[in-house]
Design a binder for this molecule. Structure first.
Ligand SMILES: [Zn+2]
Length: 411
């Protein structure tokens, strides 16, 4: 485990483009695809057996890895050293494809009429950081998070098909063996856009590969669907998602497991949760909770407890795991000081303040109490009662009360 890798909250506060590139430097080609072993096998076999269809339709739920698979497939097709469906990882194509720099691999995003080319380019560039980045206009109307949901019609317009697809796909490959176009959200291809695209599909050039991505098969026009080789993606297992989150260094194991369950089969969703507001909000919330538990001024504390208890079970559990992470860091800090291998590396100042301000705190008791509260919440007991007990126990333990009562069993 490398120190300082669980910096999800920090990254969440910086613009997307500044996020780390941990993933790309450590994992290439098929290794960037989380799970989906069957798909991996199918696509690499298509290359090794020289049966590469000129049009593919990858379909399956959001975040199941369709873009990651399409990019890995593109890399395996373009690799200059391997021709068996694997990638060498060192040739110029293997360098360029995952970094979104290959001139013969085009990624298209449906957009409104007035989308700025620079903005489109920035969205595609996000895939270099992770093929699981959220890039579409529906879920991320602006890249910097400003502005709310857009009600602009987003689709493949005829102009886009002509300019971004027909032109580049009709030239000879610039430096690769194939010309590859990846069309995200292919279900938005309708009417004129679809007709223009169908013409391209009907008269494919040599070594041309179109990869269409769509969440649901029944949303894709039948005329398009029937011309593509279909590849189905299943929702990911929570274990696969958790392993990916850990591998990317976005959360420690226990929190990765919770994120994975909250993400409902979507690695994209788990990644978003880990990187952004949920974790940040939770961290702010539990610090506040701890402060109020320490002050322990009756009504005030109960209002915090009520606020927390009002959230869903998974969400409460998530908060409690964040709290447990902080207390474990405090334990490590108490033992080893500033060299302690803590998880919340950006909370050094909090740890220093806490240790200095509460020298009598019984950290073991605090950790036990949080673990017990998680146990209770998992078993669907009265959340409010479990959290009220937790707040009381934390309050006493922080003051170093000699006799801390055992946490009463509830339910
Ligand atoms: Zn290569």
């Amino acid at each position: 485990m490398r120190a300082g890798k669980y910096d999800g909250a920090d990254r969440g506060s910086t613009p997307y483009r500044d996020r780390g590139s941990f993933f790309i430097t450590d994992y290439m080609g098929w290794d960037r695809l989380i799970g989906q072993e069957r798909v991996k096998h199918m696509l690499s076999s298509a290359i090794s057996s020289k049966r590469v269809a000129h049009a593919w339709l990858f379909h399956g739920p959001a975040g199941s890895g369709k873009r990651a698979a399409a990019l890995a497939f593109a890399q395996a097709l373009q690799c200059k050293e391997r021709f068996d469906g694997s990638v060498c990882g060192t040739c110029s194509a293997c360098h360029k494809v995952p970094r979104m720099l290959h001139p013969d691999v085009h990624v298209l995003i449906p957009h409104a009429n007035d989308a700025a080319p620079a903005d489109l380019g920035a969205r595609v560039a996000l895939l270099a950081e992770s093929p699981y980045s959220v890039i579409d206009y529906a879920r991320r109307p602006s890249l910097d998070g400003s502005g709310g949901a857009s009600n602009k019609q987003v689709s493949y317009l005829i102009g886009q098909v002509q300019e971004e697809l027909r032109a580049p796909m009709s030239y000879r490959p610039v430096e690769g063996a194939w010309r590859i176009a990846i069309l995200t959200h292919a279900q938005t291809m309708r009417t004129e856009g679809a007709n223009a695209f169908l013409k391209l599909l009907e008269e494919p050039g040599n070594n041309t590969v179109f990869i269409l991505l769509a969440e649901r098969l029944d949303q894709v026009l039948p005329t398009i669907m029937s011309r593509c080789q279909q590849v189905r993606f299943s929702p990911l297992d929570a274990d696969e998602i958790a392993a990916g989150i850990e591998r990317e260094g976005l959360a420690p194991p226990d929190m990765a497991a919770v994120l994975a369950r909250m993400a409902d089969g979507s690695y994209e969703q788990a990644r978003e949760l880990a990187l952004s507001k949920e974790l940040r909000r939770s961290r702010d919330f539990i610090l506040d909770f701890l402060r109020h538990a320490f002050k322990a001024s009756g009504d005030d504390m109960m209002s915090r407890v009520d606020e927390l208890a009002a959230e869903g079970r998974e969400s409460v559990k998530f908060h409690l795991l964040v709290l447990l992470g902080l207390i474990r860091d405090l334990l490590l800090f108490a033992e080893a000081g500033k060299t302690a291998p803590i998880v919340n590396v950006d909370w050094q100042d909090v740890l220093v303040k806490f240790s200095g301000g509460l020298p009598l705190a019984r950290l073991d008791t605090m950790a036990d109490a949080v673990e017990h509260a998680i146990y209770m919440v998992e078993r669907n007991v009265n959340q409010r009662l479990a959290l009220a007990n937790l707040a009381i126990t934390l309050s006493r333990a922080m003051r170093g009360d000699g006799q801390v009562e055992a946490v009463p069993r509830v339910g």
